[in-house]
Design a binder for this molecule. Structure first.
Ligand code: HEM
Length: 506
């Protein structure tokens, strides 16, 4: 063998050895620390079904959860990175609420210049805390009440559109239809922009939304890479394609300029952020927490989070009610009673009276928790109370919501759709920490109350006017999209919409 060939051979073997060391370095991680664990394979850990596209993420976590019947927690490997899957509701609440100071980040990393990626959801401390403090005020009772009128008007436009489209009865792609309605509502309520009237679709906006949530190859690769090497690759690959960033920068700038030109003030998130931004400009640069990029990122995450969650939840509620006509009638009766008090209108103050509808929404979110896993990162070594087990700094903590929501230890007949689980009497029987559709603790969903406001309003108005039922194209169960971090059903989800008799409508 010549010396050149020998050098190449030597380099080849060295690279192989380094790769082998990297791939196997953490395989014994949990065993060495005497944690219960499910052994993963080198390089891919326990994520093989995701890499191969065998399961969606919710199903994969549920399978792992069910394999470890008696464990309160157990270790898995996300690629070569250790993650602790927590099953015990009491420990979950400690991690999310009481001992939050050890677990304040979600474990996402975004490139510094990825400014829409650096939104509230992905942000790490201390930036997250400062920004959350600024925007939490937009979801106060006073602000929600003020935005009610905007949401109400957008939903009326949607009902009018349905009346124009449906003569008496018609099969409709429910998810698409609700998506159009929620796009309008959210954009109007968040930044005062009429984005997408159903009659005159804004194709660009719809495409951008799809680009963010769709299970496409780019998102798939980024998701995998983010999990497999969060410190390295995730800091280099932008969270969203460049067109998404350009689009939202333009959208926000136009909305701001319009307001400045017309000198109008509105009761929405954008107004609040603009005011906070202007106040910050008076401060020395080093004390500012809200710059122009963060303002755009905040508008971006509110529009996107608000749109996707409300679209999925409202269409899934209609899907379940279509299969449970008795429950549907109960929701309609309740809404009718509330509306009758005010000549056919539902007012902000009346929303709390739509109790059965709230139970139906809660039960839908039990069976379809959109965030199928909650993520935390351990920020400082943490001894699990009552044990010698230490969760080490840097380890991910994953909380599998769908698995918890359907665990027969906490839910009788868990696959059954039963809104009575959330009735005043039964709610106190729910094990704390076993139901987490909005997460918990200081990082709980910031939009929860706004979500209930728009969901209650849109669902009660649709059901006051239309009866929904399965049609020929309806499937009882839809599989979840495989390469998405959200639990979104695959397919169009058709339902038949039939006009409720005129005397009962509003
Ligand atoms: C049915 C509707 C919704 C569901 C099921 C939902 C669910 C969630 C969940 C599970 C989290 C993570 C919580 C945690 O890690 O503990 C979250 C965070 C978040 N949600 Fe929602 N969400 C909904 C609606 C909304 C709406 C309408 C908005 C805004 C308009 C919104 C904005 C956010 C933001 C900004 C975060 C990150 C909060 C932070 O890290 O401080 N969500 N949501």
């Amino acid at each position: 063998m010549g010396s050149a060939a020998f050098t190449v051979f030597f380099i080849f073997i060295t690279v192989l050895l380094v790769l082998y060391k990297w791939a196997t370095s953490n395989v014994e991680y949990w065993k060495k620390r005497k944690f219960p664990y499910i052994r993963g394979v080198p390089v891919f850990g326990n994520y093989v079904p995701i890499v191969l596209g065998t399961y969606d993420i919710s199903t994969m976590y549920r399978n792992l959860y069910n394999q470890m019947k008696d464990a309160r927690f157990f270790g898995i490997m996300i690629g070569t990175k250790p993650a602790l899957l927590v099953k015990d509701p009491e420990l979950i609440l400690r991690i999310m609420v009481k001992d939050f100071r050890y677990f304040y980040d979600r474990g996402f990393n975004t490139p510094e210049k990825d400014f829409i990626g650096n939104n509230l959801f992905f942000l790490r401390n201390p930036k997250w805390k400062a920004l959350r403090g600024k925007i939490v005020a937009v979801f106060s009772s006073a602000k929600l009440k003020a935005s009610f009128e905007i949401v109400d008007k957008s939903i009326d436009d949607f009902i009018e559109y349905l009346h124009e489209t449906i003569a008496q009865e018609q099969d409709l792609p429910t998810r698409d239809v609700m998506g159009d309605a929620m796009t309008d509502v959210v954009c109007k309520a968040i930044c005062g922009i009429q984005i997408h009237t159903i009659k005159n679709p804004n194709v660009e906006h719809v495409e951008i939304q799809k680009m963010v949530f769709a299970g496409n190859a780019r998102n798939y690769i980024r998701n995998i890479v983010t999990f497999f090497s969060p410190e390295f690759f995730a800091k280099k690959i932008y969270s969203f394609p460049a067109v998404v960033e350009t689009y939202f920068s333009k959208l926000t700038s136009q909305a701001i300029e319009l307001r400045q030109k017309e000198n109008v003030k509105r009761n929405d998130l954008l107004q609040l952020l603009m005011e906070a931004y202007e106040q910050e400009q008076m401060l020395p640069v080093e004390q500012r927490v809200l710059d122009r990029e963060e303002l755009v990122a905040s508008v971006f995450i509110m529009i996107l989070a608000g749109y996707e969650t409300s679209t999925s939840t409202s269409s899934l509620v209609l899907h379940e009610l279509a299969h449970e006509p008795e429950f549907q009638e109960k929701v309609r009766d309740e809404a009718r009673k509330v509306a009758l008090k005010n000549g056919g209108r539902i007012k902000y103050e009346d929303l709390s009276e739509l109790k059965y509808l709230e139970q139906v929404i809660s039960e839908t979110l039990r069976l379809y928790p959109l965030a199928n896993t909650l993520f935390r990162e351990c920020m400082e070594d943490y001894t699990i109370p009552g044990t010698d087990h230490v969760i080490e700094k840097g380890v991910f903590v994953h909380i599998p919501t769908l698995a918890l929501h359907t665990d027969p230890n906490y839910w009788k007949d868990p696959e059954k759709f039963d809104p009575d689980r959330f009735s005043g009497h039964n709610e106190s029987l729910i094990t704390p920490g076993s139901y987490l559709p909005f997460g918990d603790g200081p990082r709980i969903c910031i939009g929860k109350r706004f979500a209930f406001l728009q969901l209650k309003l849109v669902l009660s108005k649709v059901l006051l006017n239309y009866r929904v039922s399965p049609c020929e194209k309806t499937r009882r169960h839809y599989p979840l999209i495989k390469n998405s971090l959200l639990a979104v059903p695959e397919g169009v989800c058709w339902l038949k919409f039939t006009r409720v008799s005129q005397s009962n409508q509003f």
